[in-house]
Ligand binder design. Structure first.
Ligand code: AMO
Length: 429
């Protein structure tokens, strides 16, 4: 056993008790007769004191920053120590010595640029801010799951090696699959739809891949997609479900991650539900009024959303009813106007974090939608054939976890969020 306690559990109430802690050397202060060791574990910083007459005193000279140690000793209350107590060392074990100097300052005092941080990533992940990001993400993912389990959804796992693209062909990664061409899934789209055609309510949290050429703060070539699909449902009901999910995520992060938000010096946006909804056409009108030349059918990208956000002054809002042909083939057109679709994006200030829609569930409609986008229905036969056997109306969405995390942490770049991001220039670490 390496420890009896985490450092955050060491307090004055343990006065006189013998304990063992283990962690990384954050700092050693030499006060002549005594050495103060600041030791970090996943719960924070704790203090251990080495007296000059201790047999381990000389070993303290070897304790470079980030070396891994184990300390055994008695707790003594002291107001000057973190949480009002320190450990008077009886035994000190140097488990793993770190080289010095370190290529990155783990205390965070010396700032490093993003390239350096990503190169020296393990040290960067040990910083307090990155510990906070990792915990907040874990709490958010748990809240996402909890909300859906409560609503009777099943968690599913769909294949990631696939035969056709679904979200636009240009962004596919090709792999050689036993001598044949295959692709890495851009999203679980078609398989989550099929699963909803079997068990109605499903969700999946899994990686998705897109060969993103451009280097932006919002795109990765590998990202975690949080997907939901509901049978006997439409985009309105799906938007309500999404609101419940987001509301629970905000509530859980607010209540369980107070210290982490403080470490990031960030306050979560105060969001009121139901969220504001504006249609694509209304958004276009606002943007045209601001002198932005966008025509029906054009995408509303991040630069335009920045302008829209200045007008709407909402932290989180839906843009609904996008032009049918600007969305993938599985998106259902509106009954009353087939140029518009039952679709939505959820926008955080100026960034799309979720996109979803009602889906086509009639085979002939799907075939026409494929043809209208220059795609060949026969390549999708593995999917289309199931629409001959009773596919219910269904709807769903996909949310990018790292983009959601920008809203939950105040960070500005998804590459900061993902521990080991993949982009055009990064395949290691
Ligand atoms: P879409 O292509 O809009 O929709 O993707 C859904 C969400 O995934 C995130 N995302 C990304 N995050 C990081 N890097 C990327 N390269 C990247 N690409 C997308 C975004 C986006 O909102 N199948 C549909 C969803 C559905 O209708 O169910 C889809 O994939 O947050």
């Amino acid at each position: 056993m390496y420890r009896t306690h985490f450092v955050s559990e060491i307090g004055p109430e343990l006065e006189g008790k013998e304990v063992e802690i283990a962690g990384w050397i954050f700092n050693v202060r030499d006060l002549g007769g005594k050495k103060f060791l600041l030791i970090r574990d996943k719960t924070g910083l704790g203090q251990a004191v080495l007296a000059k007459d201790s047999p381990s005193f000389s070993l303290a000279n070897e304790l470079s920053q980030e070396s891994v140690v184990k300390v055994k000793g008695k707790v003594k209350a002291d107001k000057r120590a973190p949480r009002g107590a320190e450990i008077h060392v009886e035994e000190l074990e140097l488990i793993s010595k770190a080289k010095s100097p370190l290529p990155l300052d783990v205390t965070g005092k010396v700032k490093a640029d993003l390239d350096t941080r990503l190169r020296e990533r393990l040290l960067d992940l040990r910083r307090e801010e990155m510990n906070a990001v990792i915990k907040i993400q874990s709490v958010a993912v748990k809240a996402f799951r909890e909300t859906l389990y409560k609503k009777g959804f099943y968690e599913i796992f769909t294949p990631k090696l696939i035969a056709t693209g679904t979200e636009g062909g240009a962004q596919l990664f090709t792999v050689i699959y036993f001598g044949k061409e295959a692709f890495l899934a851009q999203s679980p789209q078609l398989y989550k739809e099929l699963m909803a055609g079997a068990v109605e309510r499903v969700f999946e949290i899994a990686p998705a891949w897109r060969a993103e050429d451009s280097d932006t703060p919002y795109h990765l070539s590998e990202f975690v997609s949080m997907d939901v699909e509901m049978a006997f449902s439409d985009y309105n009901e799906v938007m309500h479900t999404l609101e419940d999910i987001i509301s629970n995520i905000l509530e859980k992060v607010r209540s369980e991650c107070e210290n982490e938000l403080k470490a990031l010096n960030y306050s979560l946006p105060e969001v009121r539900f139901p969220l504001k909804r504006i249609t694509y056409s209304e958004a276009l009108e606002i943007l045209n009024g601001k002198g932005i030349d966008l025509k029906f059918g054009d995408d509303i990208g991040t630069p335009e959303l920045r302008v829209l956000n200045e007008e709407l002054k909402e932290d989180l809002y839906f843009v609904t009813d996008w032009p049918t042909l600007s969305r993938p083939f599985y998106t259902r057109a509106k009954n009353e106007n087939s140029d518009l679709s039952e679709s939505f994006d959820l926008i955080f200030r100026f960034l799309e974090i979720v996109s979803g829609s009602s889906r086509n569930y009639r085979r002939e409609v799907l075939e026409n939608a494929l043809k209208a986008r220059g795609l060949n229905p026969s390549s999708f036969e593995f999917f289309l054939r199931w629409f001959d056997y009773g596919m219910p109306p269904h709807a769903g969405f996909g949310m990018g976890l790292s983009r959601l995390m920008l809203m939950l942490t105040g960070l500005q770049n998804v590459k900061e969020i993902v521990p080991f991001p993949r982009d055009k220039k990064r395949l290691v670490p």
